[in-house]
Design a protein around this ligand. Structure first.
Ligand code: 5GP
Ligand code: MN
Length: 335
């Protein structure tokens, strides 16, 4: 921490980056760190690979975030000239999509703050803790270890709150500890408006999004034998309900909420990328991180992971069903 403190006082060009399809924890942690570095008289720039859901766009200084796919030349220039790059909420360059090559070739010092499993060894300083609820919780600890919690005002508190809330399913997953709640308590004390934050993130559904959710729930299949549920959405179904980024976020959790369900999946057709995007969730010790790494080029956490498939939707689902017998014992155990 002493070295980082010194580095921060001697560096001019600081870049903060996060993963592709940024979620609440990615955007929350980037913006929280941004506001904190501003208080240290730095002028950092946040670059994320691509666009993110509308329900995150009310966060303070959202407008200053660069999206790499829209600002490639400028962003390449910024990354090439960076003294320090903070890598937040991811632990392998391939998670940044098209930003991967410029990050890989940059000679900048890198600081990783992340809670995903099996981190790559690309950073000069790695703060990795897979037990943490969220990268936002780690940003709080980072500021605390810098002895700077007195610098946390309403903006930082709001951004950290959002990431902890979204990554813990509103404080219910097992990664939520008494320390997480202590931090939330101090964030509210420092000005985070909890009711407003929950409302802005969760209660701003469009009519189309709710109709799409209805469609998804109609498509739900439960494979009793393996305590496994899955949902699929075709590109046509997404189009029918005027799909916007973020509209499918959280739908997989409805599948997991089925009584006796141990693993849930959602398969979403993405014609533009020519892939099926997969989200996986589980309860207890069953690791969807391992399943996704083994079969769907993905990863994440024990109970929440993502991946993709180059097969078509039908074939992808058939592949998923065909691998279940390999996990028979683990899936058939009681939760
Ligand atoms: P989601 O299903 O909400 O997109 O992602 C769940 C978790 O898995 C998140 O922590 C996310 O960072 C991770 N994740 C999602 N997609 C991928 C992927 O394609 N590769 C890897 N390694 N992790 C992913
Ligand atoms: Mn996260």
């Amino acid at each position: 921490m002493n070295s980082i403190k010194e580095l921060l006082s001697n560096s001019n060009n600081i870049i903060i980056v996060s993963h592709k399809n940024p979620d609440g924890d990615a955007i929350g942690s980037c913006l929280a760190l941004f506001h904190y570095l501003k208080k240290l008289n730095q002028n950092p720039t946040i670059i994320v690979p691509n666009d993110y859901p509308e329900f995150l766009k009310w966060l303070p200084n959202n407008d200053s975030i660069l999206k790499y796919e829209e600002t490639k030349t400028k962003s390449d220039d910024l990354i090439s000239n960076a003294d320090i790059i903070f890598a937040l909420d991811f632990n392998a360059f391939h998670r940044t999509g098209d930003m991967m090559s410029i990050l890989d070739s940059s000679n900048s010092l890198k600081i990783m703050i992340d809670h995903h499993q099996q981190p790559d060894d690309f950073a000069t300083y790695t703060y990795s803790d897979t037990k943490m609820s969220s990268t936002c919780e780690m940003v709080y600890h980072f500021i605390d270890k810098m002895n700077n919690t007195d610098l946390i005002g309403k903006d930082i508190a709001t951004c950290i709150y959002v990431g902890i809330m979204t990554d813990t399913g509103s404080f219910r997953y097992s990664s939520t500890t008494n320390i997480t709640h202590n931090i939330i308590s101090s964030l509210i004390e420092k000005g985070a408006n909890n009711t407003l934050i929950h409302n802005n993130v969760y209660d701003t559904n469009s009519y189309n999004r709710l109709q799409l959710l209805g469609k998804a729930l109609n498509n739900l299949i439960f494979i009793k034998e393996y305590h496994t549920a899955y949902i699929s959405l075709t590109q046509k179904e997404l189009r029918d309900f005027n799909y916007k980024k973020g509209d499918t976020e959280g739908i997989v959790n409805y599948a997991l909420s089925l009584n006796r369900c141990k693993m849930a999946a959602i398969f979403i057709e993405d014609e533009k990328q020519g892939i099926i995007k997969i989200s996986l969730r589980s309860k207890g010790s069953f690791s969807v991180n391992q399943l996704s790494r083994a079969h769907f080029e993905g990863g994440g956490h024990t109970n929440a992971a993502g991946g993709k498939s180059d097969l078509n939707l039908k074939e992808t689902i058939a592949k998923f069903i065909s691998i279940l017998p390999q996990y028979k014992n683990a899936l058939q155990n009681e939760i």
